[in-house]
Design a protein around this ligand. Structure first.
Ligand code: AP5
Length: 218
């Protein structure tokens, strides 16, 4: 199965994509995670991306399109994938169409469903401002909604929990504005093709997961 997850920052795309990878073997392709890794590694890509990410802006299309194309051609995507955070602009969506068209016939990739996560803005700000991530294994927590057993320490690996640079309130507001301007139009882009499913993504993570699976037919 090949899925696209659309939705504002904090709507739970990454949480649900990770569960589909763990439980159903779908490859999670998170452009945000790939870019953060490049920043941490200090690569030229990371240096270019950091300036955009820290202020809540999008990284240029040419950069992310190249990343996604390379990942989609990898063997780990043969059994299916979830695009988590891509496409985010009409230009990226058109580029994805072209990538899909160019796949050799036996491997032809087709997007099965586009899931639009829906959460109101107040809840998004609460989720993001309280999010903490393990600096070692990237496990995700929330100060009040899903706290670790020991404050500041990852349950899974004992790593230190950190706040993402772009989870400060002023940057969150900018990311939400960028979503409205650049990414929301994709709901119409995919809606017009009959591929879009709108998923109310509030309530416990496992309830959202069950609703997601039912919606995509997993
Ligand atoms: P990216 O990392 O993709 O960030 P995002 O889209 O803003 O999404 P988030 O990771 O913040 O949220 P999410 O929807 O995945 O929610 P999550 O599951 O984490 O991108 C970061 C930056 O990279 C961008 O700003 C841009 O600069 C750049 N970038 C990335 N892709 C790009 C692209 N294609 N083009 C250009 N630039 C790009 O959950 C959030 C919190 O909520 C967590 O604390 C979690 O525990 C909690 N939570 C999850 N589900 C629930 C629930 N059901 N109930 C309560 N809490 C929940």
């Amino acid at each position: 199965m090949r899925l696209i997850f659309l939705g504002p920052p904090g709507s739970g795309k990454g949480t649900q994509a990770a569960l589909l990878e763990q439980r159903h073997g779908l490859c999670q392709i998170s452009t945000g995670d790939i870019l953060r890794q490049a920043v941490a590694d200090g690569t030229p890509l990371g240096r270019e991306a950091k300036a955009c990410m820290d202020k809540g802006a999008l990284v240029p299309d040419r950069v992310v399109i190249g990343i996604v194309e390379e990942k989609l051609k990898g063997r780990e995507c043969e059994k299916g994938f979830v695009l988590d955070g891509f496409p985010r602009t009409t230009g990226q969506a058109e580029a994805l169409d072209a990538i899909m068209r160019d796949f050799p016939a036996p491997q032809a990739h087709r997007i099965d469903r586009v899931v639009a996560f829906q959460v109101d803005e107040g809840a998004l700000v609460t989720r993001l401002s309280g999010r903490r991530t393990c600096g070692e294994c990237q496990a995700m927590y929330h100060l009040t909604l899903s706290p670790p057993r020991v404050e500041g320490v990852c349950d899974r690996c004992g790593g230190r929990l950190v706040q993402r640079n772009d989870d400060r309130e002023e940057v969150i507001r900018e990311r939400l504005a960028v979503y409205e301007e650049s990414t929301r139009p994709l709901l119409e882009f995919y809606g017009g093709r009959g591929q879009l499913i709108r998923l109310p993504a509030v309530g416990p993570v496992e309830d959202v997961h069950a609703a997601l699976k039912a919606a995509v037919g997993l």
